[in-house]
Design a protein around this ligand. Sequence first.
Ligand SMILES: [Ca+2]
Ligand SMILES: [Ca+2]
Length: 272
Amino acid sequence: MRRWHLSVVSVMGIVLAVMLAGVGEAQLSPGDQAPNFTVYLHDSAQTVSLYDYTGEIVVLDFFHCYCGPCHVASSEFEPHIQQYYDQRGGNAAGVPVQVMSISVSYQQDDYTDQYISDYGLDLVLDDFYWAAYSQYSSGYVPQFAIINGVQQSNYDPWEVLYMQTGYDYGYYLTFRDYIDQVVPSLLGDANGDRKVNDLDASILGANWMHTGVEWADGDFNRDNVVNDKDAAILAAHWGETGPSSSVPDPATWVLVASGFLVLAARRRLAGR
Ligand SMILES: [Ca+2]
Ligand SMILES: [Ca+2]
C-alpha cells in the first residue's frame, strides 16, 4: 500500500515540477555558517529556533506531503537517524542528534497531519512563510542540511556540514557518515591532538596573560584572556584523551539527481 501511495505522490510531484521552472540554487554550502531561524512547532503557538539546539547536531529535513522522495526520507529518518542516535546516546562521539522535520506547506492540512502520523515524526515545524526554507532551499524538496551545534569541536559553531537535495532509499547512511564526524573538543586540548598534555601546557604558558586569544591559544573558558582559570581547566583534564574523527568515504558525496519536486507555493508566497 505504501509503495502505491508513494507512486501517486511521485506523479503529483512530477506534475508540479513541470509546472514550475527557474527556481534558485542552494544558497548555502558546507563550511558556511548556518543562519538561525525561528518557526512554529507544528499546530502550536510555540516557536522553535535552530540556535535553541546548542550542543547538538541538527538535521534539517524540509518536506512537503505531496513529494514522493520526502515520504521515503521521512520513513527512513525517524528509525534510522533519530531513533538510531537516541538509542546510542548520540553520535560516535556522544553528541546528541536532532532531526527537525520542517513542513513547507503553506497551511495546515489533513495530508500533512497524516504524513506526520504515518512516519511518527519526532519534531515537526511549520514553515508556512518559508522563514527557514528560503535560507536553505535549492528550490526543491526534500532539502536537507546537517548543522553542527557543538560550540567547541573539530568544526565551527553552527557550521553547515552537509547539504543535499532529493532522496532515495538508503541515503540515511550518507547522513550518518557526516553526523559521526563531529567530535567535541577536549577541555585543555589547545592543539587539537585529542590529548591533554605538556604540549598544551606549553601553548598556555606561551600565551600567559595575553588577551584577544582563542581556544588554540589556551583560552579554554573563552573569556579572551589566558590566565589561572584556563590553567585550572587544563590541570583538571590533564592526561585525558578523546576519540579521533575519521574522513568520510568520497563515494558518499554523491548527490541525488532525480526525484525532485518544485513547489508551486513559492510563487504564491512571493506574492504575499
Ligand atoms: Ca593536546
Ligand atoms: Ca580564559
